[in-house]
Ligand binder design. Sequence first.
Ligand code: PGA
Length: 250
Amino acid sequence: MRTPFIAGNWKMHMDRAEAKALAQAMKTELAGVPHKLMVAPPFTALETVGAVLQGSNILLGAQNMAPATSGAHTGEISPLMLKDLGVSVVILGHSERRHSYGETDALINEKVRLALQEGLEVILCVGETLEEREANRVNQVVETQMKEGLKGVTADQLENVTIAYEPVWAIGTGKTATPDDADAVHTTVREIVADLYGAGEADKMVIQYGGSVKPDNVKGLMGRDNIDGALVGGASLKTETFVPIAQFDR
Ligand code: PGA
């Protein structure tokens, strides 16, 4: 049985005071929730939020990471620096990184391998653009992103990987994939994991859905066999919306 995993991606929102207040409220309101939980504040608020979340059931996540541990990488953040702040999960390959900052599958793969080597958990995001969906290329796009992103990742390391299927057209747009549409791709994602690592590993893989997840659509999505959690953007910025999502019950 896979443990549901609800993660909040705060993106480029929240100064330290706001982040602290939000983290404190979530720590209180989410105590006792049986699902695996994580929030990923911006880098500048990691230390503040990490201090608040200590001893809670909410993991500290980061939104990106450099493909190197140290050196001449102006503007980048090393996995060692993240670990130093208490980060245990890193989101990699988010579509905003892929499409707005030109991250390639090869770069994302370097980051994935390094993060796992350094003992961080990885949420690897995959998903098609609207154009790719309309051209019937969803499965092909997701397969390439997964195969390239997971290159060199061993079966042993896979237990520290979560796949987030996030159709780009559903992110921040208010358009959610229907549970049927999402489940179809999640089934494909699991088949790809089975192809790469075998049925046993595929069965264990936690696959999140992301893209306009809200309190009123979470139950329908999570009710599907192959949807094991959510990566939440906009709705993770307020307790009124994140708490009911994180508390979902099938
Ligand atoms: P959204 O973002 O929930 O605001 O659509 C999801 C994400 O980008 O992970």
